[in-house]
Design a protein around this ligand. Structure first.
Ligand code: SAM
Ligand code: F3S
Length: 442
């Protein structure tokens, strides 16, 4: 029986979500068990990321290891999905002829057919088409595995920032119909999920169709989900600063179930660089969004993404980014040096900043963000937080991990019966990126 499945996920939360769906699809068509060790697998799937060069290189070195396993087990089936697959297609088979199936983020629901076709024909199969939102109509019902869950509400991106491959690998923005999203939320909460995170590359570009043929936006969707009694807390990620409408900002004032946290990637604090990145907003506009958000929800924590060393970034541009960090007071954020991606306009731009200078800037920025994060966490010590219980610790069933409103993980003593529920936790200590606390009414 060929039933042991190993999936390796690279990259973002969208890929994490897609990997869960791959496992669901495979399980739905046979008796599959997902395992943690590729050495024992009958099927190995790589869900790849191409956002930066490093992530892409990693896939090919891991593929080399899978090849060695196949030499010992010729029946081993190797599949490559995700954004590298979408970008490279047939070229993956040319570079790694031992790969059996190549599929894109929008064709993962066709995996069983692709695998069957591979076995029947003896030839590798490639399907990296974009059949729009068809994927969601062919996925098994959502299965809850934790006290929190992701629900994908839109796919792709139509913003075409000059540095980014996502519009090419995942296609343009397509929203899931409103009723489909609501159904998935209801299925998950009925299984004990307390916190829902709406997921997409630019969730605030959501334009979902209703059964009456109307179109609704993210603000409407959030309010509709918040009316469901079983939903305890709601989040969404990622959002684009250009689409933070006043309607959406107002939801922070009217809807307490919406978490006091927003991931709002800014990328740079220099207008010149933002324009070259084609982000579609200025620093002033970004700060104005933050000001309105804080007016609606004074305790909101804002986290962000930064690209350091974009082509032409000067010392003054970088200083402008550092200034913005202090002005906004960003919490936990992600930052990377610019990685030229083939086929994107920024890859062709003249770039005369040395890698050493870029790295020095990156380290300076990360040190400052880290200080802000630690100060934020330190201020939480002694406070009582409403925590949605997400997971039982792998090592100790008496240890729970939950998430605070501002998206920090807290570990505390508890019981698995708390999963998906709100618990009041007093924060006692900070340890790196996580917090330690005690449940007040266990
Ligand atoms: N939708 C999000 C937004 O509004 O910006 C971004 C999604 S992107 C998958 C995640 C992050 O990867 C970006 O915010 C950016 O900071 C980073 N990123 C994307 N392309 C990059 C590149 N070529 N080099 C370095 N970082 C990159
Ligand atoms: Fe990429 Fe910009 Fe879209 S960073 S995902 S093209 S908003």
């Amino acid at each position: 029986m060929k039933n042991k499945l190993y999936i390796k996920t690279y990259g973002c939360q969208m890929n994490e979500y897609d990997s869960d769906k791959m496992a669901d699809v495979m399980r739905a068509c046979g008796d599959m068990t997902q395992i943690d060790r590729p050495e024992e697998a009958d099927i190995i799937l790589f869900n790849t990321c191409s956002i930066r060069e490093k992530a892409e290189e990693k896939v090919f070195s891991d593929l080399g290891r899978a090849r060695a396993l196949k030499q010992g087990n010729p029946d081993l089936l190797i599949g490559v999905g995700g954004c590298v697959a979408s970008q490279e297609g047939e070229a993956i088979i040319r570079r790694a002829p031992y790969v059996d199936v190549v599929f894109g983020p929008q064709t993962l629901h066709r995996l069983p057919q692709l695998i069957a076709a591979r076995r029947a024909s003896g030839r590798p199969q490639v399907d990296i088409s974009f059949p729009e939102i068809e994927k969601f109509d062919h996925l098994p019902a959502a299965r809850a595995t934790h006290g929190t869950a992701f629900v994908s509400i839109m796919e792709g991106c139509s913003k075409y920032c000059s540095f980014c491959v996502v519009p090419y690998t995942r296609g343009e923005e397509v929203s899931r119909p409103f009723v489909d999203v609501m159904r998935e939320v209801d299925e998950l909460t009925a299984q004990g999920v307390g916190e829902i995170t709406l997921l997409g590359q630019n969730v605030n570009a959501y334009r979902g169709e209703t059964e009456d043929g109307d179109t609704v936006d993210l603000a409407f969707l959030l309010q509709a989900i918040a009316t469901r009694p079983l939903v305890q807390r709601l989040r969404y990620t990622t959002s684009h600063p250009r689409e933070m409408s006043q309607r959406l900002i107002d939801v922070y004032a009217t809807t307490p179930k919406l978490a006091a946290h927003l991931h709002l990637p800014v990328q740079s604090g220099s207008d010149r660089v933002l324009a070259a990145m084609k982000r579609g907003y200025t620093v002033l506009e970004y700060k104005s969004v933050v000001r309105k958000l804080r007016a609606a929800r004074p305790d909101i924590s804002i986290t962000s993404d930064f690209i350091i060393g974009f082509p032409g970034e000067t010392e003054a541009d970088f200083e402008a980014t550092m200034k913005l960090i202090d002005e906004v007071g960003f919490d936990v954020s992600f930052s990377f040096t610019f990685s030229p991606r083939p086929g994107t306009p920024a890859a062709e731009m003249a770039d005369d900043t040395s890698p050493e200078t870029k790295l020095a800037r990156l380290h300076r920025l990360q040190a400052r963000i880290n200080e802000l994060e630690q100060a934020y966490s330190a201020r939480m010590v002694g406070s009582v937080q409403r925590v949605v219980v997400e997971n039982v610790s792998r090592k100790d069933a008496g240890e729970m991990a939950g998430r605070t409103d501002n998206n920090r993980i807290v570990n505390f003593a508890g019981s698995p019966g708390m999963l998906g529920r709100f618990v009041e936790v007093r924060i006692n200590a900070v340890s790196g990126h996580t917090l330690r606390g005690e449940a007040l009414h266990p």
